[in-house]
Design a protein around this ligand. Sequence first.
Ligand SMILES: [Zn+2]
Length: 477
Amino acid sequence: MAKGLPKQEEDFPAWYQAVVRDAGMAENGLARGTMVIKPHGYAIWEFVQRALDDRFKATGHENLYFPMFIPQHLLEKEAEHVEGFAPELAVVTIGGGEVLEEPLVIRPTSETVIWNTYANWIQSYRDLPLLYNQWCNVVRWEKRSRLFLRTTEFLWQEGHTAHATSDEAWEETLRMLEVYREVAEDVLAIPVLKGRKSASERFPGAVETLPIEGLMRDRKALQCGTSHFLGQNFATAYDVTFLNEAGEQDHPWATSWGFSTRMIGATIMAHGDDKGLRLPPAVAPVQVVIIPIYRNDDERGAVLVAADKAKAALAGNGIRVRIDDRDQHRPGFKFSEWELKGVPIRLEIGPRDVEADQVIAVDRLTGEKKTLTSGQVTSQMVGILDGLQKGLFADALAFRTANTHEAGDFDTLRSGLIDEGGFWTGSWCGDEACEQKVSGETSATIRVLPLEPEDPGAPCAVCGKAGTERATWAKAY
Ligand SMILES: [Zn+2]
């Protein structure tokens, strides 16, 4: 239990570390760079899984599962892909006490093994599309880890689809990006920007990488999910061909898309305050906590009867509710502990409330106290939680709006990114030299480019030559 968290404004990384630890979200694993996800963190992941999986199914996808071991030679077939992932690979060279004939790579992502397998599954246009997803762990060796944001092993889903035409694959890439936006915004209450990555930020082997990007409360951006248009690159590398409707041999078009446990970190950093987590009701493992308040056994008995009644009524409405009747802790201690854990609503019930047939409700968003009759607790709580879900989103959106700026020239862009943080948008000529100049001087990167081509209406904010599109820059995790 916290003796008081570091202040966000003073030391955000220390605040983050303390919240993750004290709210019971996760801790370091025994192997360096790994993570133990604790129940309060894992429960959020389960809600995210359900929200995503329902939407995958609704858009026609099925789940399957591929092995975590990939024969090393498979990875080497797609040149950009192997080059991009080589520094992060974990490789098994010994199995069953013997040196393996061929080393096995532990999947950093599964395009290679999946496309090599799709070669046997796809012969004709009638076999397409393949709309598959898998829930799994992946391993990418990290020298400097941070819980949820960057760990050697993490959990995610990876979708891998194959299509007969480029248009279909591009539509799928956009469709899944929209699914990610919906889950980030409607479930996790994190407003995100949709867009394209620049060539230097693309997934290795992709033709286009489409991200959603959120802004954390330290004014740094976080990539929240990506949907990749892979063109025919993997199909060509793994020799996947099919007979198209015109009777000609062709390579199928591919997409892949991923969303990971990193989003638990995003939820902490997009909503948390100096008291701890503020969880969106949609993913809060406990949505309402009831704290009974009493001084002696007589009072305790009456208060707990009222608390049980309130709990049953709320649970009957599908609300996740818990009574904290631990005798060893005083109410004040419980208040701060549940605030730290981000529970959206706290109900306080004391002897006088029992007499008046009422409860005191305190929400985690505003901290305001409201008196509700026991009838109102039952009839209004679903609406109250819904309001908090929207309120949290509105709060995060207002924060992003206040921290999104325009830069017309390099000095403004440079000093803005260094001194103020947040998103900085400006015209860009498309030249990688300009991109590198900004990154070199500020450590910020282009987070998104527009999905649709548009006239930036101004010269490049870096070099002053004609602009081709508007880039949104930020320092990022
Ligand atoms: Zn330029």
